[in-house]
Ligand binder design. Sequence first.
Ligand SMILES: Nc1nc2c(ncn2[C@@H]2O[C@H](COP(=O)(O)OP(=O)(O)OP(=O)(O)O)[C@@H](O)[C@H]2O)c(=O)[nH]1
Ligand SMILES: [Mg+2]
Length: 366
Amino acid sequence: MEDLICQGCGAVIQTTHSEAPGYTPKSSLKNENILCQRCFRLKHYNDIQDVNITDDDFLKMVSDIRKKEGLVVHIIDLFDVTGSLIKSLPRITGDNPIILVGNKVDLLPRSVNQHQLINWVRSMANEAGLKVKDVFLISSTKGHGMDDLTNQVEKYRNKKDVYIVGTTNVGKSTFINRLINQSIGLKEVITTSYFPGTTLGFIEIPLDDQTSMIDTPGIVNEQQMAHYVSNKDLKIITPAKEVKPRVYQLTQGQTLFFGGLARLDFLKGDNQSLVCYFSNRLSIHRTKMEKADELYENHVGELLSPPDEKTMELLPEFTRSTFKITGEKTDIVFPGLGWVSVPGKEITVVAYSPKGVAVSLRKSLL
Ligand SMILES: Nc1nc2c(ncn2[C@@H]2O[C@H](COP(=O)(O)OP(=O)(O)OP(=O)(O)O)[C@@H](O)[C@H]2O)c(=O)[nH]1
Ligand SMILES: [Mg+2]
């Protein structure tokens, strides 16, 4: 007999280990569409049950695509390109053609020019050495760009299967749910959540008699901030709607705190406007550099929050990186948290982020 699969997360259904993936009470097996207990609780109570599947297990699962033939749709999160673009994707998905999809475009300021944004995403992929056939921008929650993408996927897939691949939380399952909803009207068939690691196995959605679109578990990128914060803080740092740029006119010797999760010192340079793109719910605090250490020590978790208590247990210590920026307009990226855009004037900054979540620079997005 073939294994039964949970239609919400793709785990193999079992009735013996209540702590393991796919657990379903025997009484539920008679239902036509089986949902495991974890999916049921996520859907109805927004309560996440941890499962002991390792990052490596997920990677192995997704690496199975190497042995298959189909189109790979690599979804990234436009709010966290650094944390979600998988440079080594061809090692995981083999020779299969890749198209790149920037999801969550609804989070970026509406004024952004779509054409420029596509070119920017393409240049990020090029820089990472990732060869892609095409680039698209969508919002899986709002529906933006979905029709165009669906038509192009139909063209690129060449009557073969379609694999939806990406790091955790980029919106793979939300994307497929939207397609299901558009084609047959059913709502939220696959389980989605703001917790990373929602999908646990392959979920096949038939496209026709022979081929399917396949949802896959997210590949874990240790660098993502999401792995170091509590569920409550995750909700605060994840933007839910269009991010409002916050502009700070800074002078040398001033510091910005992003909650208490990251910090930026303006070490040297002429006065300038720094534009901050973070979740609107994350508070930004300005202070003098000379007072910053003391402020942090005395007020992290209070004035400077998040982190809450739980996050403070998980969070590695700050590491510092010094950057000298000259020339073109540059983003200082705090992966998974946001970025600060600085004009291309000469400026030296020191960026602090939790160890393991490395701050980086990139050509400015906006
Ligand atoms: N703002 C915004 N949020 C989105 C969009 N698409 C997905 N999300 C949110 O992102 C979170 C993750 O979505 P999922 O669909 O579960 O992501 P996933 O890639 O399947 O995640 P895993 O299964 O854990 O790998 C959820 O809170 C979604 O509501 C989008 O287009 N815009
Ligand atoms: Mg998923």
